[in-house]
Design a protein around this ligand. Structure first.
Ligand code: PRP
Length: 285
């Protein structure tokens, strides 16, 4: 039987969320500790646990068909690899930072400066676009220590919470781009595996849409129903059911989690009571 081969990060910041996404898609993986390859039990899929930086090459060579990987790694090493889906987790920035005491006015200040980074292609291209040439020092980890030990004047690395910069007495001065986990696809994927990919993408989209949404139930006196319904359009229109108590209804709908609190405030003001909020597991549109 044909199986789709997916690469996920062996360890690091994407590993747990990648496994969780597959699990939420209903895919069970026999996942022994230290295993580098595992089969899914109920989906035609083989999972390869690989080092982050190696994944783009495996995709280019067609050794794996798809991968869950940070956009930042693809921008650095993934020319020609298509992104089919943004996955909404592992959000970070890729930034340039300098020691806190350094005077900084513009990106031109990097001219001729030594920059330590694990993202040489990205930095070179970004600075070339601004007509700046710097001296790049390629380091594969703990980049933020470089200015403190006199190895560099600045660094370029990913910034998530900002705590690594803070602890190393650095300040972010340029955000080159923002990044998140994506579903990347090999240019060599075969036709039969593409059909497995579309099944997987359908499941991923259902999971991601559900993660963005909340199911709410609320009680409303009937004379306020019209005003409440105007506030909550829902997927199509809200469900309205009569309560046992005369003159009251129960209204059910789906809300976007980003506007959720504003809408709840409006609903309360418009007379809604007993508001219940529930997570949604899947949403098939
Ligand atoms: C990354 C990056 C920074 C840090 C930034 O390292 O290299 O050091 O995270 O995150 P923060 O802004 O939340 O402090 P990671 O922990 O992914 O390990 P790495 O050494 O493999 O890059």
């Amino acid at each position: 039987m044909t199986k789709i081969r997916i690469a996920i990060q062996k360890s690091g910041r994407l590993n747990e969320d990648s496994i969780k996404l597959l699990k939420d898609c209903g895919i069970s993986i026999d996942n022994g500790k230290d295993q580098l390859k595992a089969d899914a039990r109920n989906f035609p899929m083989e999972v390869f646990y690989l080092r982050n930086g190696d994944i783009p090459q495996y995709l280019k060579d067609g050794v794996v068909d798809i991968a869950i990987i940070g956009e930042n790694v693809l921008i650095e090493k993934g020319e020609g690899i298509a992104i089919h889906e943004k996955l909404g987790f592992s959000k970070c920035k890729v930034s340039l930072a300098v020691p806190k005491g350094t005077q900084y006015s513009s990106v031109q200040d990097f001219q001729g400066k030594r920059i330590a980074t694990s993202y040489p292609n990205t930095v070179k291209k970004y600075l070339a676009g601004k007509n700046v040439v710097s001296d790049l020092h390629i380091i594969n980890g703990s980049v933020e220590i470089a200015p403190n030990i006199g190895l560099a004047d600045a660094i370029c690395d990913i910034v998530s919470s900002g705590s690594t910069l803070f602890k190393n007495n650095l300040k972010e001065v340029e955000v080159m781009f923002t990044s998140e986990a994506v579903l990347a696809v090999s240019p060599k994927i075969s036709e039969d595996r593409k059909s497995i990919l579309s099944k997987l993408q359908f499941r991923i989209q259902s999971v991601l849409t559900a993660r963005q949404s909340k199911y709410i139930l609320l009680n409303v006196p009937n004379d306020k129903l019209d005003a409440i319904i105007k506030i909550i359009p829902g997927m199509r229109s809200p469900t309205v059911l009569p309560l046992a108590e005369e003159g009251w209804s129960s209204v059910h709908t789906v809300l976007d989690k980003h506007t959720f609190w504003e809408v709840i405030d409006e609903l309360k003001q418009a007379g809604a009571e007993g508001i219940l909020v529930c997570p949604i597991e899947k949403m098939v549109l």
